[in-house]
Design a protein around this ligand. Structure first.
Ligand code: F6R
Length: 642
């Protein structure tokens, strides 16, 4: 089997462990520090292949995927073409799939995606580009799929196939139930796949129900397969695919035993693999403080026993005997980790004045802190940290909220029309209002909003945000709308982070000179708005690091609506009383445009306040199950050191 020589990230294993750590794994995989570094490596492999074939005057046949995963690989290939002269003249491509029916000219088509991300920037011969045609008629479909398959075969098969993976375990669009020997065909998309695609189509109802896809049999014939997976959202399906049994319920497991296959993962996507999640089960570990905490919390959860009740035998029976051998008895370890969890709990997120702060998450001084809460969209502040926000204001800190984006795209046309019509009823004659009403009423499916309509949608979100922040006692002068330019495309696809965005964020931090910054450390979707907003803050922090006030600035990361920190990762746990839970709920209610069937709901159809209450309740329960106090709810933060 060809093994790839990609470098791995350093993880906390002793050298002896490296041979045994992958014993649960049935597919070769490489974990990279981040998706950017990983994508550059994959692009280099493709470029080398193209060049080797070129030198031999042979065509190079590539199978290509669309979606968010391969974007950075295409970016790097384009760079290699533009800056290093990589030519695509000998390349023939076959895309894996296309929605059906789908007009290739439609901005949601994979045809359009490929043009935008790769083909229009390189010197491909147009006749060498093959993408399943979403416009082929129903009666010709069967023959069309046979011909697509035959064409790949005639060219000698795929030399290299780039794959992504869906959360259903699909590769291409081979959904659960697909047969091992399936070939190119039409398929019905799973609900989860459609809901993942919903943001790009501005709502699940607009997502096609069918697609054309290469089959599993076609995919398995490729001479080299590289599958990319980024972000926490993929962690569960990656674990099942790499460590689980081969099953038609997870079609990607058909890649087990297929030679020359490598999965390329970032840290988040690999986080459920046994060697990452519970390395002590498969290898010898270097028992850092962090790993001790992770293991003991895991053991307590697994055995459903509070930490202080764990015994030496429990440790020994669950791969943790080396921890006892190196670091002390269960009794001593239990107390140490129990205390460290206890110290994370504080009802004083801005620090407790005049208190001994040696075991508290925040400093006692200065007693009144300048605090900046960055909120990627105009509601993440109250959704993700409404309780903490409330305490910071109540405890007298100078709290500033900075909404990083306008959030205009997430306001539905119906909602905007409602506001426009109310304004029209009030101020009988207004050309602007008439224009907006007309724009909305004559808008075609998937058409971008006019600038005026976008403005109205942004203003609606500003109004909702002010109502919520006023309710939590914040003066309007402390509410800031940064309207970062990367977001303002009017489309789901945003621009890349630019120096303009970073300048706005750093100028803001520089103006306030905060002692505390709260930011959405949401890495679930590495291509989403939250990640870009976080990158803007990280870049700004790098720029400002040398300023004297920055050495007093601590950064706390909260998680967005979708995930929570692992209990062992939490550095500050802010408990909430039942009344505070209700107050937070009311603050979220002010964001009315985001209620009921919001556009970016994902596959969880519950409203944000329900989800977040469940999550905060669950965090509190987890603490309680570990043997700590029983709170109604907890908001969790992880400290970021820069
Ligand atoms: C698309 C394709 C799909 C995607 C998968 C993951 O051509 O073949 O299998 O790779 O749905 O999509 P992203 O990368 O958007 O998470």
């Amino acid at each position: 089997m060809r093994r790839n020589s990609y470098n791995k990230i350093n993880i906390e294993y002793s050298p002896a462990g490296k041979f045994e750590e992958t014993r649960c794994e049935k597919i070769h995989n490489v974990i990279f520090e981040n998706s950017k570094e990983a994508s550059v490596t994959v692009a280099n492999e493709i470029a080398e292949l193209i060049k080797t074939k070129q030198a031999k005057k042979l065509p190079c046949v590539l199978g290509l995927a669309t979606g968010s995963s391969p974007i950075k690989v295409y970016e790097e290939l384009v760079r290699l073409h533009q800056e290093e002269g990589l030519s695509f003249e000998n390349v023939t491509t076959f895309n894996l799939d296309e929605y059906y029916p789908m007009d290739p000219e439609d901005i949601q088509s994979y045809y359009h995606f490929m043009q935008e991300h790769l083909f229009k920037h390189v010197d491909m011969v147009p006749e060498n580009i093959n993408i399943p045609d979403g416009a082929v008629s129903g009666e010709n479909l069967y023959q069309y799929c046979i011909d697509y398959e035959l064409k790949i075969k005639e060219l000698g098969g795929l030399d290299f196939l780039l794959l992504g993976i869906g959360r259903t375990g699909h590769i291409g669009f081979n959904e659960p139930g697909s047969h091992l020997n399936s070939s190119t065909r039409s398929i019905t998309l799973d609900y989860m796949t459609r809901s993942d695609a919903a943001p790009a189509f501005l709502g699940i109802d607009n997502v096609p129900r069918k697609a054309l896809t290469m089959g599993i049999g076609t995919i398995r014939k490729a001479k080299r397969i590289v599958l990319l997976a980024w972000g926490l959202n993929k962690a569960g399906i990656i674990q099942k695919t790499i460590e689980g049994k081969i099953t038609e319920q997870v079609p990607a497991t058909y890649l087990q035993g297929k030679e020359n296959t490598t999965f390329i993962l970032d840290q988040e996507a690999s986080s459920e693999l046994t060697r990452i999640k519970t390395p002590w089960l498969v290898t010898s570990c270097i028992w850092t403080e962090g790993l001790q905490k992770k293991a003991i919390v895991w053991l307590s959860e697994l055995l459903q026993k509070s930490i202080l009740k764990l015994t030496d035998k429990d440790y020994n029976d669950h791969g943790m005997s080396s921890l006892l051998a190196e670091k002390g008895t269960a009794y001593e370890l239990n107390i140490k980790i129990f205390n460290s969890l206890q110290y994370t709990i504080s009802g004083w997120p801005g620090g407790k004045p005049d208190a001994d702060d040696s075991h508290r998450p925040e400093r006692a001084t200065p007693t009144k802190k300048r605090v900046v809460i960055f909120s990627p969209h105009p509601d993440d502040d109250v959704i993700s940290m409404g309780g903490t926000f409330d305490r910071l204001v109540e405890q007298g800190h100078d709290v500033h909220i900075a909404y990083q984006t306008s959030g205009n795209i997430a306001v539905s046309d119906d909602e905007a029309l409602k506001f426009a019509e109310v304004s029209k009823d009030m101020f009988a004659q207004s050309d602007l209002i008439d224009t907006i009403i007309n724009d909305i009423n004559t808008k075609k499916p998937n058409q971008i909003d006019s600038l005026e309509t976008r403005k109205l949608k942004g203003v609606i979100r500003r109004g909702e945000s002010r109502a919520a922040t006023r309710y939590l006692g914040l003066p309007d002068s402390n509410v800031h709308f940064l309207d970062l330019p990367f977001y303002e495309t009017g489309k789901v696809k945003k621009d890349k982070l630019s120096t303009k965005d970073i300048k706005i964020v750093s100028a803001f931090i520089d103006k306030i000179q905060p002692h505390q910054i709260y930011a959405a450390g949401d890495l679930a979707d590495p291509h989403g708005t939250h990640k870009v907003c976080l990158d803007a803050i990280f870049e700004a922090l790098k720029k400002l690091k040398a300023k004297p006030y920055m050495k007093d600035c601590w950064v706390w990361l909260y998680r967005g609506a979708w995930h929570e920190w692992e209990t062992s990762e939490i550095d500050m746990a802010v408990p909430m009383s039942p009344d505070q839970v209700l107050k937070k709920r009311h603050a979220i209610f002010f964001h009315q445009s985001q209620k009921d069937g919001v556009m970016f709901q994902g596959d969880d159809s519950r409203e944000f306040w329900v989800r977040v209450e469940d999550r905060n309740r669950l965090t509190a329960k987890k603490y309680n199950d570990l043997g700590l106090a029983d709170y109604a709810a907890i908001e969790a933060f992880k400290r970021y050191y820069f």
